[in-house]
Design a protein around this ligand. Structure first.
Ligand code: PHB
Length: 359
């Protein structure tokens, strides 16, 4: 019987169990947005998960939208990540990097040369960016020119090559949560009238070009993608998410990817408040391996895997607070609670100091 502790191959990535660490922003990168030794320790502690998906990592200087997020576009960042992947591999784990471009969810203060953030359309998000000097209102971004698309696509491909140089087992293309690729996918943020906007086919074009380019550089068996069809996080929505995402997922089948990481629900909202969406339809359309994400516990995760509703389950908060979550699940042990005050601050506190079970 398949359960959470059963091994699983996601393309070329061999997992020893089906408990995946979800991508979690932690804002503890060092100077130059380089991952630190402390990050290597944090991820090493969690290496018993079948697969770690790293915190979102910008592919280029323009991809940044928050302080102290580790990039994957400079030699120093590649060297910093190499220490992370070495630590995870030495502990017997697998690790893929989440490739990120925030698009309009940024601020000139966080952009090279103080320029405007880029987006599919010049539409200002509601809300504020977190800058190095406090919260500042988002600005109206600059709409990308169609002539810039090949350069953007090549930056994803380059970042994927950098990820291989840094020793990662794979990459996850972040196309969710209201960031750049999601801004193209969803109708509220994409008002383009060229080949990259309008119909669902056009809105999906950039993501599909990115996947094509990344797969051709590093091989489809190392590439996953994250989608979050209905999260309103970062001021985003779609007129018909079911239609948009059924098309996107159908197109993903062409690539024979390592996995699809499907973030269900609407951010931190209570389950009763989730925008309705038929995830089972996506499951039936998608022919590859599916990781489901958000609000699972041991029982619901076990049921999802046992019934074939998912191939693996990603845990964020639980793995953040329980580095040995796999062992705790095995033993039915109690769980540490996350310290929400220290999600984005605190250096080692609330990061590498969560207790393991007494052995
Ligand atoms: C965040 O930094 O708040 C963040 C980053 C990536 C996500 C979600 C949230 O996908």
């Amino acid at each position: 019987m398949t359960d959470l502790f059963s091994p699983l191959n996601l393309g070329e990535i061999a997992l020893s169990n089906r408990i995946v660490m979800s991508s979690l922003t932690r804002n503890r990168a060092g100077a130059g947005n380089v991952p630190t030794e402390l990050a290597a320790e944090y991820y090493r502690q969690r290496a018993s998960a079948g697969l770690i998906l790293t915190e979102a990592s910008p592919i280029s200087p323009e991809g940044h939208g928050y302080p102290r997020t580790p990039g994957i576009h400079t030699p120093e960042q590649i060297a910093g990540w190499k220490k992370v992947t070495d630590a995870v591999h030495a502990a017997g784990g697998k690790i893929a990097i989440q490739l990120w471009h925030v698009g309009r969810i940024s601020h000139p203060d966080l952009q090279p040369g103080g320029s405007l953030p880029v987006a599919p359309s010049a539409l200002k998000p509601h809300g504020q960016a977190i800058t190095y000097t406090g919260m500042k209102d988002y600005v109206t971004p600059r709409a990308l020119e169609i002539s810039e698309m090949p350069v953007l696509v090549s930056k994803y491909a380059r970042a994927a090559e950098n990820a291989m140089a840094a020793g990662f087992d794979g990459v996850e293309i972040h196309a969710g949560n209201g960031y750049l690729l999601d801004q193209f996918l969803r109708s509220s943020t994409n008002k383009r009238t060229d080949a990259y906007g309008g119909s669902r086919e056009n809105r999906a074009r950039l993501l599909l070009e990115v996947l094509e380019a990344v797969c051709s550089k590093i091989g489809h068996g190392k590439v996953g993608v994250r989608l979050s069809p209905v999260t309103p996080f970062n001021d985003i929505s779609d007129d018909n998410p079911q239609d948009t995402f059924e098309y996107v997922v159908g197109e993903l089948n062409r690539f024979d990817l390592a996995f699809l990481d499907l973030l269900q629900g609407t951010g931190g909202a209570a389950k009763e408040d989730w925008i309705p969406f038929d995830y089972e339809r996506l499951r039936s359309i998608y022919r590859g391996k599916l990781i489901r994400n958000n609000d699972y516990d041991f029982e619901t995760a076990t049921r999802a895997v046992e019934t074939g509703g998912a191939d693996a389950i990603a845990f964020g908060r639980l793995l953040l607070a329980n580095p040995d979550l796999v062992e705790r699940f095995r033993r039915g042990a109690s769980l540490n609670a996350p310290d929400y005050e220290k999600l984005y601050v605190g250096e080692e506190k609330g990061y590498t100091d969560y207790p393991f079970l007494a052995s």
